[in-house]
Design a protein around this ligand. Structure first.
Ligand code: PYC
Length: 352
């Protein structure tokens, strides 16, 4: 696995680009974007992807900003950069980049990245159909199904997920006091279940959910502390997961996950699905092997399942699960993107 340009997709219309040039494949996972940087990513130092994530944040965050924010990206944009694995048993290591920062783990990002990496031949797994992927949050095991050159589905078995806190209270603008649970599925999620002051996501406009979530996240992090027991660089509640009634009766549950500053995940959110399965497991609502079909705000679906029960999550005494999440992604473009601060005042993007 190397970080080389995608020369086979260079358009005959392309003019030479100035500045730093990133060769990207663009896809969406069940509706949410994933921009895979296949060439031009920086060399990083670190013994694992958690350390490399810190190096990237310190020295190369301008790449994330340039590729994720407007005018090259947009509010929902997220992506990834491939690295060689640190453990020779593994196939690939991945850094996730997003409007909000570099996530320790991203489920829709994984499904999109693996689809693109396999279809474009950027990763050649040791065992066809199986990829061992190092994420900053830990090792993720992938099984994918292929028909000809196309990847039809990707199932990721995630890092251990656990319910970190339950029954916390926080004041929400306009809605009043909300009771939330905070659960870890690769990121910390505040889960807002239907309750007296929240009728369900289908009752509110998306821009309201976004504005409330932005404020809720600030208040939750001012009131409470969340730190991963094994990796203190993973901390803080980064996402708000609003719940509501399903669109399709055959689904188990529906969510709208807020991330970044203005985004609602168009996919059912892989780490959010993992966090919610851990919450349901801790409350006795889901058991090992049960299928958990999670719907997104647009009705796209991930299939979740508890693969393994872990009695003592990272020595916390809390029960954890190893969840799997399955979905699909589609490539829609090839993109050579230049970031040239000598020529473009918006090289590093902007937010409105
Ligand atoms: O799928 O894990 C996910 C995710 C996180 C933020 C957006 N999507």
């Amino acid at each position: 696995m190397t970080n080389t340009p995608l020369t086979k997709h260079t358009s005959t219309l392309a003019k030479p680009l100035r500045g730093a040039v990133f060769h990207c494949v663009d896809a969406h996972t069940c509706g949410n974007p994933v921009r895979l940087v296949a060439g031009g990513g920086p060399a990083l130092t670190g013994r694992n992807m958690s350390e490399k994530r810190q190096h990237f944040l310190k020295e190369y965050d301008w790449i994330r900003k340039g590729l994720m924010f407007e005018p090259r990206g947009h509010d929902m944009m997220s992506g990834s950069i491939l690295y060689p694995p640190h453990d020779p048993q593994n196939d690939v290591a991945v850094l996730f980049i997003e409007t909000s920062g570099c996530l320790p783990m991203c489920g829709h990002g994984t499904i999109g990245t693996i689809t693109m990496a396999v279809e474009e031949g950027l990763v050649v797994p040791k065992t066809p159909g199986i990829i061992r992927m190092e994420a900053p949050a830990g090792l993720v095991l992938i099984e994918y199904k292929q028909e000809g050159s196309k990847v039809k589905s990707v199932k990721l078995t995630n890092i251990p997920a656990y319910l970190a806190s339950e029954g916390l209270t926080v004041e929400c603008p306009e809605l009043g006091e909300l009771v939330i649970d905070v659960s870890y599925g690769g990121n910390f999620y505040a889960i807002v279940d239907v309750q007296k002051n929240f009728k369900g996501l289908e009752h509110y406009a998306a821009d309201k959910l976004i504005a409330w979530a932005r404020e809720l996240r600030k208040r939750i992090n001012a009131q409470y502390t969340f730190v991963h027991p094994e990796d203190p660089t993973i901390n803080g509640c980064s996402h708000i997961l609003w719940t509501g009634a399903v669109l399709d009766k055959s689904s188990t549950a529906r969510n709208a996950v807020f991330y970044g500053d203005k985004a609602i995940d168009r996919s059912p959110c892989g780490t959010g699905t993992s966090a919610r399965m851990a919450q349901w497991y801790a409350k006795g609502l889901l058991k090992k092997g049960d299928e958990f079909v999670h719907e997104s705000i647009i009705g796209s679906k991930f299939i979740g399942r508890i693969e393994e029960e872990i009695p003592n999550a990272f020595g916390t005494g809390k029960p954890a699960i190893r969840p799997s999440v399955e979905g699909w992604a589609k490539i829609y473009g090839y993109n050579s993107i230049s970031i040239d601060p000598d020529d473009d005042p918006y090289a590093y993007g902007f937010q409105v």
